[in-house]
Design a protein around this ligand. Structure first.
Ligand SMILES: CC(C)(COP(=O)(O)OP(=O)(O)OC[C@H]1O[C@@H](n2cnc3c(N)ncnc32)[C@H](O)[C@@H]1OP(=O)(O)O)[C@@H](O)C(=O)NCCC(=O)NCCS
Length: 176
């Protein structure tokens, strides 16, 4: 179920730390994402080794290109609430030379299908910066709808405030 035509989703390995280190320090990748304070490669390696197992509340998966046979990004479903069947999704393709190749769309569909079929989620939500046109296009294509716009709630690495959309997807709306 977690393998498509272009990608497979798998648990993160400690050896993925080098790629993740490169991606989180790439300003192009982080342009519309909520950043963290800088971390060293050693800190990321340690986190990789101590990473807790995936649970219902927090499922973090690596996106592996089947053709290249390497990790190209990360997708997660977090803060799942069993009483409601709601979780929030984050995704990024860190290898920028893989952007616009269909990888993000497929990874998103696989993760949402997993959320609905295995985790029995009722609704998957996400936040996206208004100017992030590519991501918004992909989310809409997969079936997410815009629930509302939250004004100036994101402060980007550019030091500017940006609006964000809250988007959500119900199971029958998933276009896979
Ligand atoms: C957003 C992201 C996950 C999408 O993954 P991807 O693999 O690049 O996307 P895909 O190749 O599957 O699809 C890209 C689509 O966006 C379209 N697109 C590209 N640039 C666009 C733009 N500026 N405006 C609108 N649509 C655009 C492409 O034409 C394609 O649509 P199509 O398949 O209908 O032709 C990826 O680009 C990424 O990780 N970006 C940086 C981090 C990020 O923004 N993450 C999301 C945070 S909410």
């Amino acid at each position: 179920m977690l393998t498509g035509k272009l990608v497979r989703l798998r648990a993160i390995e400690p050896s993925d730390a080098e790629s993740i280190y490169r991606w989180i320090h790439d300003p192009e990748v982080g342009r519309y994402m909520t950043g963290d304070y800088p971390r060293s490669l050693a800190q990321l390696r340690k986190r990789g080794e101590e990473r807790p197992v995936n649970t219902y509340e927090n499922v973090v998966l690596g996106i592996e290109s089947l053709e290249a046979g390497k990790l190209i990004g990360v997708v997660d479903l977090r803060d799942a609430a069993p009483e409601i069947g709601r979780a929030e999704l984050d995704i990024y393709i860190g290898e920028t030379d893989h952007w616009n190749g269909g990888y993000g769309t497929e990874a998103l569909k696989l993760m949402c299908r997993y959320g609905f079929n295995v985790m029995r989620l009722h609704l998957i939500a996400l936040w996206v910066v208004a100017e992030n046109e590519r991501a918004r296009h992909v989310y809409r294509k997969v079936g997410f709808v815009e629930d509302g716009r939250h004004r100036e709630c994101h402060r980007g690495p550019d030091g500017q405030y940006h609006d964000m959309y809250l988007m959500s997807l119900l199971e029958p709306e998933l276009n896979d």
